[in-house]
Design a protein around this ligand. Sequence first.
Ligand SMILES: NC(=O)c1ccc[n+]([C@@H]2O[C@H](COP(=O)([O-])OP(=O)(O)OC[C@H]3O[C@@H](n4cnc5c(N)ncnc54)[C@H](OP(=O)(O)O)[C@@H]3O)[C@@H](O)[C@H]2O)c1
Length: 312
Amino acid sequence: MADPPVTISEHEVESLLQYSELTTRLEKALGKFSRGEVVQPVRTTVPLQKHNGFLGLMPTYIEHDGVLCTKLVCFYKREDGSTLPSTRATVVLLDPEYGSVKAVMDGEVITGMRTAAVSAISAKLLMRPEAEVLAILGTGKQALSHYNVFTEMFSFKEVRVWSRTKDRAEKFMHSVTGPVTPCVSVEEAVKGADVIVTVTRCTEPVLFGQWVKPGAHVAAVGACRPNWRELDDVLMKEAVVYTDSRQGATTESGDVILSGAEVFAELGDVINGTKPAHREKTTVFKSLGMGVEDAVSAELVFDQWKAKNSQP
Ligand SMILES: NC(=O)c1ccc[n+]([C@@H]2O[C@H](COP(=O)([O-])OP(=O)(O)OC[C@H]3O[C@@H](n4cnc5c(N)ncnc54)[C@H](OP(=O)(O)O)[C@@H]3O)[C@@H](O)[C@H]2O)c1
């Protein structure tokens, strides 16, 4: 008889996940993905027309590691000022031999931390070594997780943040532990920046190539539908474009599909040494998020949970 599934709350996930171990596991997982060692169909989306949203199903199997997992995530395009959550995610970890559920855990912290950790891996691989200025566009959940991991992993001299309202940028500044400069325009925030993170819910371009310093690295995290954009054509065409999944990007990313930009490599190709990291050029990492990232994060949470609960 299989053990009954454990339920791990958002608060517990938060206390069990650390960026240092998470980034190590994610880097290995990205390499495995690009070597074809992960079974991961492109996410299935079910439109929730009445609620202006989608349900995304993200199943993944890593046979070598015995990890079977699926994330269920609902995401919504909310009206401005809405207090309803714009995403809700749950991660289910299964036993691949018996098909039984091992754990059901909140997926919000996992989504926030794994997405930010993968962007940080992209910066580690693609930004210039002398990078000093980080700009974050957006002040929501992803902005906060990106701030946390980027300031933990790198030593930027300045971190800037932009939001549509000055209020939100200032609120973000007060919510973090380190220094942040709030900016009133995107142009002001990205001027001279070495690394730019876009974590908005924009559906039209918000970052324009003419403002981006040559040689900068952009981690583009929002716009995960084929007709949504965060970056303009100039930036997409001038930059060397990397992604987490080539198949995902050419199916789901409006920035890639609508600009007609070519995807140069997956991050896993760089990790595996089969494609170069063009640090000297302007680079875009187009992040769509992958089931394998949730799977290794959930496995890490479960490992930590077992270790904690087996202590006398
Ligand atoms: N690639 C991945 O793996 C992955 C994973 C999770 C999420 N995402 C994507 O990341 C993005 C951010 O997610 P989140 O969870 O941080 O969302 P969030 O908490 O709702 O924050 C969204 C941010 O975008 C801003 N924003 C919304 N509409 C905008 C517009 N038209 N122009 C400029 N800014 C706008 C919001 O500003 P206000 O406060 O002014 O509304 C807020 O700062 C979303 O697009 C989400 O789909 C990607």
